[in-house]
Ligand binder design. Sequence first.
Ligand code: IPM
Ligand code: MN
Length: 364
Amino acid sequence: MKSYQIAVLAGDGIGEQIMQQALKALRCIEQRNEVSFELIPAPFGASAWFESGKSFPDETMEICDQADAILKGPIGLSFEDTKKIPLEQRPERGALLPLRRRYDTYANFRPVRLPAELSHFSPLKEEIIGAGLDLMIIRELVGGVYFGKKESGVNAQGLRYVVEQLEYDEFQIERIARVAFQTAQKRGKKLHSIHKSNVLKSSVLWNDIVAEVGQDFPDVQVENVLVDAAATYLCLNPGQFDVMVMENLFGDILSDQAGGVLGSLGLMPSACVGPQKSYYEPAHGSAPDIAGKNIANPYSMIGSVAMMLEMSFGMQHEANNLWKAMQSVFVAGYSTADLSKPGASVTMVGTDEFGDRVVAALEK
Ligand code: IPM
Ligand code: MN
């Protein structure tokens, strides 16, 4: 029997509650397959800082080092509460970016999926989104301005200043481009590479390398799109995209915009893949305003489990079952208050009940 260790970092805010739903689904899948999942919870994020003074504690690092995969919930606090934590220990700087750096999780897959039956979740008009949406945003996750050198101080004129460097080398661009081409090859053989080469030199290098890597993938059609234009197209005609690849900061922004196109960031799971280890997380924050209210939809967390099953454990079939189970719960008219307003066609359920319904659908 195969056995996998999974580090479970529930995180902050709604994290604990949506993680519970994801673990229920995982247990269900474990029961009917020749596989065992050893789930090892570990503190991470602001909650860890309040407990131990570290947002990515050493014990958590050890657990993650040992694990076959890491399942991570959202992290972060409200703007006000964040100020209670020293800058370098805040969950984003002190935990999340170090996690990404530690495992070199350079390839961030953010599926933007809306089956036609659920197109009413989107704020876009029926004629634009009616047929649903299925695109994959691939974001470089460990380079660019996020990880570049930073300097701040007071300059010769007595003015406070800051410098943050946007750094990429050809190795970093090549490996993410390769992942994107491989993904496009398995999907619609169309790749949109997002850049800002009319201003940024980093994008000039980006485009050069994408063109070079593209020679190894003659069956994939590449289009280079400026990032600002891409933002417009995502609203006007998102269906033209199949796979999009971009550097770290562009990917942060456009993937949130894509979440808006779906109707909620709550519909955005993700996979963060490194050479040795990968971790899986919702693409959204910890929503402290709705934490503990039993109204957060667990889709992004359960979807992250589906991605883990597929990408870390080769369990494509069960991953598909999980996606289908979640969709069937929505299609049957169930939703949570964070995603939907009460209405004749919606039966509002809590986070737990939504999770239970997904498991019930999975068992069928
Ligand atoms: C994301 C998040 C993070 C990012 C934050 C929490 C640092 O917004 O995963 O998209 O900017 O990458
Ligand atoms: Mn983001």
